[in-house]
Design a protein around this ligand. Structure first.
Ligand SMILES: [Zn+2]
Length: 653
C-alpha cells in the first residue's frame, strides 16, 4: 500500500546516551566461590568498543559496546534521534546522493537543483491555488467524479492512487489510498496564502484517516487479484461486483485508459469506496483539497537559499535528497539507477555467494532439526530451496521506465510533471515481470539507497537493496566474521528465517497461504513460540518498560534464526582446524553480531520500541545470544545474569 512519507530532512548524527537496564535471570553468581567470573582477555577487531569491566555473561551488549556507548552520546535529548550502525548506513546513503546531485550525475536531480529558487514561490503558490479552485468550482457529482479521475491520472491520491504493485509476481497496478496523513497545519500557512478552509480541510483529512487506519489484522491484500501458482497467473475477481462506485470506476477507466478489471487492491477497498460514497459533495471537495495539499505543499520552495553559501547548499541538497525518498514521482527510480551504478559490482557477486552459503547452512540445520518430523522437514526444505534472492540491481535495466528530465518553468511545476510521467510509467508496466520495479521502483521497501532488506511471503523472495552492499553492512576491507555477522546473520539469515517465523511459516514454497505443517510439529512450533514470548517478556529495555514478547515474536524468531544460521554459515568458511583459533573467530562473530545493533538513542526514540515489531537493539543481542549453545561454549560462560540452563535455551531453526 502506498505510503506518502512526511517531509523529513535527513539527519546525519545526533544524540545522548540512554541507560538501559536488563532484568537478571539470576541474582547471584552460581559459581561455587560466588565470585564474579571474568571475560576472556584477547585482542579483537572490536577492542576499542569493548567494556572489559562488564562480564559478557551478565550483559553481552554492554560488554561488546560499553566503551563506544559511553564515548558517543546522542547530542540532543528531546528529538527521536540515534547514532549507530543503521544511522551510519543512512548517512552513507545520503553522502552518495549528495555526490550524485552536486556532481551532476543524475539529470533529473541536476535539473531540480538548478530550478530551485525562492523567487518562484509566489508563482508556484498561485499554481497550487488554481488546482484548489478547480475543486471548488465543481457543482455536480458527475463533474466531481471526472475530476477525481483526472487528478488520479496526474498522480494524486484522489483519494485513490494507482501504483505499481509487485506482490502478484508481475507488476500490476494497485488501487491504493493515502496512508500517511502527516500534513501539519503550519505548512499550509507557510505557503503565505490565506487558505480560509484550512481547518475544515485538516478535519476532513483526519476523518478519512480514521477510515483508512481502521485496519483489521486479517486483512489480505489480494482480494481483487491473487496469484494462482497452479495456473501460473494472476486471477482477478470482478471489480464491479465488489460494490465499487460505477461512476468513478468508469471515469478512472476512461481517464487512465486501463482495464480496471485487472487492478489489484487490498481487501479494505470496499470500505474506502463505501466511505467515499457517504460523503457529501462539500466533504469530497475538502478531501480532494487535502490530497492535493498533502502531496504538493512540500514541493513549494519555502526557503530562501543561496547555493553559494555552504550552509544553504547543504540544505538544498538535503531537500533534493528528501524528494528522492518519495515513491511516486519518478525521482526515486532514476536516482536508484544512478546510485547502484556507482557500487562495486563484485559486492553483488560476493553477497549472492553468501546467500547460497547461508541457504546451505539453513538446509543442514533443518535436516538435523531434533523436534520436527521428516514430513514437515521435506516441506520446509522445499520452501527454502524455492526461496528467490533479488540482490542490489536488475540485470537488464529498462531505461524506458525511467522518467525523463521534467518540463516546467519552476521547481514545483517540474515535480508535478514528474508525478504525471510516473503515472504513465505505471500504466506501461502493467502485466510485466520486472526486476527494475523491485529494485528501483521503491514499490516494496524503498529506493535502492534505503537502509532495508525485505522478505515477501507472497513471492517467497528476499529483496536485498543495494544500500546493503556497501559499508557499514558489507565491507570488503573488514574480516569475514564482520561481514558474516552483520550482513550474513542480521540481514540474510534474518530475512531467510522470516520465511519460517510465526507469520511466514503460514505460506508455502509458491507463496500461497497454506498449512504445510504436520499437526504435531505445528503444536511443538506453537509451544516454542510461547516460550519465545515468555523469554522476551522478561527483558526490560527502559526503566519499568518490558519487551512485548507477543508483538515482537516474528522478529525475534528471525533474529534468533539469523544468528544461529549465520554462525554456522561463517564457521563453514573458516579454514583452520585449530580449535582455539576457531573459537576465537567464533567470539569475533558474536561480537560482530552485537556491533550490528550498536546504538545510542534518545529516550524519545527508545519509546518508539513500545509499538515496534522489532525488539530494542540491546534485546536483539542479549535476548538471542543466551539462547545459543555456541555462545556459552566459545565465551566459556557458565553463570551470569543472562545464563540459561541448556534445557531452557530455545531451539527453533
Ligand atoms: Zn525482520
Amino acid at each position: 500500500m502506498i505510503t506518502m512519507k512526511k517531509i523529513q530532512i535527513l539527519t546525519l548524527a545526533a544524540s545522548l546516551s540512554c541507560s538501559l537496564t536488563l532484568t537478571s535471570c539470576l541474582d547471584v553468581y552460581d559459581n561455587p566461590a560466588n565470585t564474579p567470573p571474568t571475560n576472556i582477555n584477547e585482542d579483537s577487531e572490536f577492542i576499542s568498543m569493548i567494556d572489559a569491566g562488564t562480564y559478557a555473561g551478565d550483559d553481552f551488549y554492554q560488554y561488546v559496546l560499553g566503551t563506544w556507548i559511553a564515548q558517543n552520546p546522542v547530542p540532543t535529548k528531546d528529538e527521536d534521534e540515534s547514532i549507530g550502525t543503521n544511522d551510519t548506513q543512512s548517512a552513507n546513503s545520503f553522502a552518495a546522493l549528495k555526490g550524485i546531485i552536486t556532481g551532476g550525475r543524475n539529470k533529473i536531480a541536476t535539473a531540480l537543483y538548478n530550478a530551485y529558487s525562492h523567487q518562484t514561490l509566489k508563482a508556484d503558490s498561485i499554481a497550487l491555488m488554481k488546482k484548489l479552485e478547480e475543486v471548488d468550482d465543481i457543482m455536480t457529482q458527475e463533474d466531481m467524479t471526472k475530476l477525481m479521475a483526472k487528478l488520479t491520472k496526474q498522480g494524486y491520491a484522489a483519494p485513490f492512487v494507482v501504483v505499481p504493485s509487485v506482490y502478484l509476481r508481475k507488476i500490476y497496478p494497485e488501487l491504493s489510498v493515502i496512508e500517511d496523513f502527516d500534513l501539519d497545519y503550519l505548512s499550509i500557512l507557510k505557503m503565505g496564502i490565506d487558505l480560509t478552509d484550512a481547518t475544515a480541510i485538516m478535519n476532513m483529512g483526519r476523518k478519512w484517516k480514521d477510515v483508512v487506519n481502521d485496519n483489521n489484522e486479517n486483512k489480505t491484500r489480494h482480494s481483487l487479484g491473487h496469484y494462482d501458482p497452479h495456473q501460473g497467473k494472476v486471477l482477478f475477481t470482478n471489480f464491479r461486483a465488489r460494490g465499487a462506485d460505477q461512476g468513478l470506476i468508469d471515469a478512472l477507466a476512461a481517464e487512465l485508459g486501463m482495464n480496471l478489471e485487472t487492478i489489484a487492491a487490498d481487501s479494505d477497498y470496499d470500505k474506502y469506496f463505501k466511505a467515499l460514497a457517504s460523503y457529501s459533495l462539500t466533504e469530497q471537495k475538502l478531501l480532494l483539497k487535502y490530497s492535493i495539499l498533502l502531496r504538493d505543499v512540500k514541493y513549494l520552495p519555502f526557503y530562501e537559499l543561496n547555493p553559494s553559501n555552504p550552509e544553504d547548499l547543504e540544505t538544498l541538497i538535503k531537500y533534493i535528497a528528501v524528494l528522492c525518498q518519495d515513491e511516486h514521482n519518478g525521482i526515486a527510480t532514476s536516482m536508484s539507477h544512478s546510485y547502484t551504478e556507482e557500487i562495486d559490482k563484485e559486492a553483488k557477486t560476493k553477497v549472492t555467494e553468501m546467500f547460497e552459503e547461508t541457504r546451505a547452512a539453513f538446509l543442514n540445520r533443518i535436516e538435523n532439526n531434533p523436534w520436527m518430523s521428516d514430513a514437515t522437514k521435506v516441506k520446509a526444505i522445499e520452501k527454502l530451496n524455492a526461496m528467490a534472492f533479488q540482490c542490489g540491481w536488475p540485470e537488464n535495466y529498462h531505461t524506458e521506465w525511467e522518467a525523463t528530465v521534467p518540463t516546467g518553468k519552476s521547481f514545483y511545476e517540474m515535480v508535478c510533471n514528474l508525478f504525471s510521467q510516473y503515472a504513465d510509467i505505471t500504466k506501461k508496466l502493467m502485466g510485466q515481470a520486472s526486476e527494475d520495479a523491485l529494485f528501483y521502483g521503491n514499490w516494496m521497501t524503498g529506493p535502492a539507497y534505503t537502509a532495508n532488506a525485505f522478505y515477501s511471503p507472497d513471492n517467497n523472495m528476499i529483496l536485498m537493496l543495494a544500500s546493503n552492499l556497501v559499508p557499514p553492512i558489507y565491507d570488503k576491507s573488514k574480516p569475514d566474521f564482520y561481514n558474516y555477522a552483520i550482513l550474513g546473520a542480521t540481514t540474510i539469515g534474518h530475512e531467510m528465517t522470516h520465511g519460517f517465523d510465526s507469520k511466514g511459516s503460514q505460506y508455502d514454497a509458491t507463496g500461497k497461504k497454506s498449512d504445510w505443517w504436520d499437526p504435531q510439529d505445528k503444536a511443538v512450533f506453537e509451544q516454542k513460540q510461547q516460550q519465545m514470548i515468555d523469554h522476551f517478556n522478561k527483558f526490560e529495555y527502559m526503566p519499568g518498560v518490558y519487551c512485548d514478547g507477543k508483538n515482537t515474536l516474528a522478529e525475534n524468531i528471525a533474529d534468533l534464526g539469523g544468528l544461529e544460521i549465520g554462525y554456522d554459515t561463517y564457521m563453514n568458511t573458516v579454514k583452520t582446524t585449530v580449535r582455539s583459533e576457531r573459537d576465537r573467530l567464533g567470539r569475533e562473530f558474536y561480537r560482530g553480531f552485537a556491533d550490528a545493533w550498536r546504538y545510542n538513542m534518545t529516550p524519545a526514540k527508545m519509546e518508539l520500541y513500545k509499538k515496534d515489531e522489532h525488539s530494542a537493539p540491546k534485546l536483539r543481542v542479549n535476548g538471542n545470544v543466551c539462547l545459543t549453545n555456541e555462545w556459552y561454549r566459545v565465551f566459556d560462560i557458565s553463570s551470569g545474569k543472562l545464563y540459561l540452563a541448556p534445557d531452557k535455551r530455545i531451539l527453533i531453526w
